[in-house]
Design a protein around this ligand. Structure first.
Ligand SMILES: C[S@@+](CC[C@H](N)C(=O)[O-])C[C@H]1O[C@@H](n2cnc3c(N)ncnc32)[C@H](O)[C@@H]1O
Length: 556
């Protein structure tokens, strides 16, 4: 019962001071269920108060103690890792969005995979005990390489660092001398004073200062981290000027396209015919013209002659496209077509078809359906850039995303795929390919419907984990060896046009250590829409998500 009394005292103190957060000591010898019940009452009773549950980053003796509570008894016999304790606790609190974790960092650390799980959990603070510090050659505190890496990871995830314990390093000789003295080190009489734990703080500050600054693009994207966005619908909707403007800033994407067009032109037109052959290239879904520019630059670079058709269905973008062609003096080379590529009656056939109709999950902006229409006017031996694209998924812990979806309190939001700059997530297993589309595709049996069953095995030393959904990516082959994509292991460096996609699960899936995760995904096509359905079958079945596209679909 000690811990319950401590808990009540802590809460009383915190609410008296109108604190926003309160750090809960772990229950010692008390009842786990009763403790959770108490926390639930507080979470319900005090609006907006955050409760930070203190969990050791190791197996803790307190967890093995006999308790009177059945839940806790079962728990203690099963527990091999403190994540399980936290998990049981948050299940008892129904994934409450105000319940957070403060991790006690001890001198030994679990494996990297085991640690990695915490980056998808709501960790607010890391409490480093002074006896976890090592001693460097000069007698000062320092941390092991693994601890340093962990702390840097916490900095990257805005986890507050707390130093706790007593001074266990004898640094009397070098205390003040040689170290900068801040105003906080001087008392009102001007005499230098130091907090006894100051050497530990200095070391943590040193680790922070040593970190590489965020690249400019990452800084720009800070506000998008873990923020759920609805995917674009460039076929059904007309994109706004601002959206095109953002696309056009991504020079990496266009230089990959330029490289692909260069290689295609060189393959298609040998040097001896370069001055006599004019290649017909069609940019389908030209937007405001960046791929037209990249194609013309490729022609100049390779010394090939080009005739370009720019097909675009968004009338607003077509206006800008006309201005661009006039401004650049491309009138003799570029013909603008205002209309939908699926029903355009082309006056001639194309040697090369260039498009960028890709979503975060590759086919989710309906590139397959659009290019099916466009391949009618590609020569039988013509080239499509991209020539193929594949989607990928992997299971993730993402408690913040789960709570954000849950906050809408409806089914539809749990059956929607979101575009999101993933940050506070733990990627639990390597990603695997889902659906592939090739272009052109002349097969009689051609269908854009797909079905895939995937089985993910988490590394054995991860332990148990919580899956809140699946992160999705794509990789596209533009032409031969030129690719672009966002799949984490092969992602095109410095390209920022796409964030990953996230398929949530209605009920978070608890995966026991060593159990595989089996997931089924469908791409379904109707007369007016395309949609995905998904479910999990192992370790325990989930409901089928988005049956018949009832919650989320992409309009044709
Ligand atoms: C993702 S944007 C790419 C725009 C531009 N190519 C770029 O890279 O910046 C896709 C463009 O294709 C256009 N689009 C989509 N489906 C189309 C269709 N069926 N026919 C013509 N244009 C289409 C959209 O209006 C949009 O401008």
């Amino acid at each position: 019962m000690d811990s319950e009394i401590a808990l009540k005292q802590e809460i009383a103190w915190a609410s008296h001071l109108s604190l926003q957060a309160c750090l809960l000591p772990p229950p010692r010898g008390g009842s786990c269920g009763n403790y959770a019940r108490c926390v639930n009452q507080i979470l319900q009773g005090i609006n907006n108060m955050q409760l930070w549950l203190r969990v050791p980053l190791e197996k803790s003796d307190s967890m093995d103690e006999e308790t009177s509570d059945a839940t806790c008894n079962n728990l203690s016999s099963r527990l091999t890792d403190s994540w399980e304790w936290w998990n049981s606790f948050r299940l008892l609190c129904e994934h409450h969005s105000q319940l957070f974790v403060a991790l006690d960092i001890l001198s030994s650390l679990p494996s990297s995979n085991s640690l990695g799980r915490w980056f998808g959990e709501p960790v607010r603070a890391a409490i480093i005990l002074t006896d976890s510090f090592l001693t460097n050659a000069r007698g000062f505190p320092c941390l092991s390489k693994r601890h340093q890496k962990l702390i840097t990871g916490f900095f990257n995830h805005s986890v507050q660092i707390v130093i706790s314990g007593s001074l266990v390093h004898d640094i009397s000789q070098g205390s003040i001398e040689g170290l900068p003295i801040s105003n906080n080190d001087i008392n009102f009489e001007g005499t230098p004073i130091r907090h006894p734990l100051r050497p530990y703080l200095d070391y943590i500050a040193y680790l922070y200062q040593r970190m590489d600054p965020l690249p400019e693009q990452e800084r720009f994207e800070l506000g998008y981290r873990d923020f759920l966005q609805s995917p674009l619908q460039p076929l059904m909707d007309n994109l706004e000027a601002q959206t095109y403007e953002t696309f056009e800033k991504d020079t990496v994407k266009y230089s990959q396209y330029q490289r692909a067009v260069c290689e295609a032109l060189l393959d298609r037109v040998p040097d001896e015919r370069a001055s006599t052959t004019r290649t017909v290239l069609m940019v389908v879904g030209a937007g405001r013209g960046p791929l037209v520019r990249a194609s013309l630059q490729a022609a100049e670079e390779t010394g090939r002659k080009l005739k370009v058709y720019a097909v675009e269905k968004n009338p607003n973008a077509v206006v800008t496209l006309h201005s661009l062609v006039k401004l650049e003096g491309w009138e003799d080379m570029v013909t603008i077509i205002s209309g939908d590529m699926r029903c355009w009656d082309a006056p001639e056939k194309a040697d090369i078809l260039v498009s960028e109709l890709l979503g975060s999950f590759g086919d989710n902006e309906l590139s397959p359906e659009c290019l099916d229409g466009a391949q009618r006017f590609l020569k039988p031996d013509g080239i499509s850039i991209p020539s193929s694209y594949t989607s990928f998924i992997q299971p993730v812990t993402a408690s913040k995303l789960y709570n954000d979806v849950k906050s809408h309190r409806d089914l539809a939001h749990f059956e929607t795929a979101y575009v999101v700059k993933l940050h506070r997530v733990a990627r639990l297993a390597p990603s695997q390919p889902v659906f592939t589309f090739n272009h052109p595709e002349y097969s009689d049996k051609k269908s854009n419907q797909r079905y895939k069953k995937l089985r993910f095995e988490m590394p054995a030393d991860t332990g148990s984990a919580m899956v809140h959904g699946f992160a999705g990516y794509f990789d596209a082959t533009l032409y031969k060896d030129v690719h672009l994509g966002i799949e984490p292991t092969t992602a095109t460096p410095n390209m920022f046009s796409w964030f990953p996609i996230f398929f949530p699960l209605r009920r978070p899936l608890c995966v026991p250590m060593g159990s595989p995760v089996e997931v089924l995904l469908w791409r379904c096509c109707g007369a007016t829409k395309v949609w995905y359905e998904w479910c999990v079958t192992e370790p325990s079945p989930s409901p089928l998500h988005n049956s018949n596209g009832r919650s989320y679909w992409v309009g044709l």
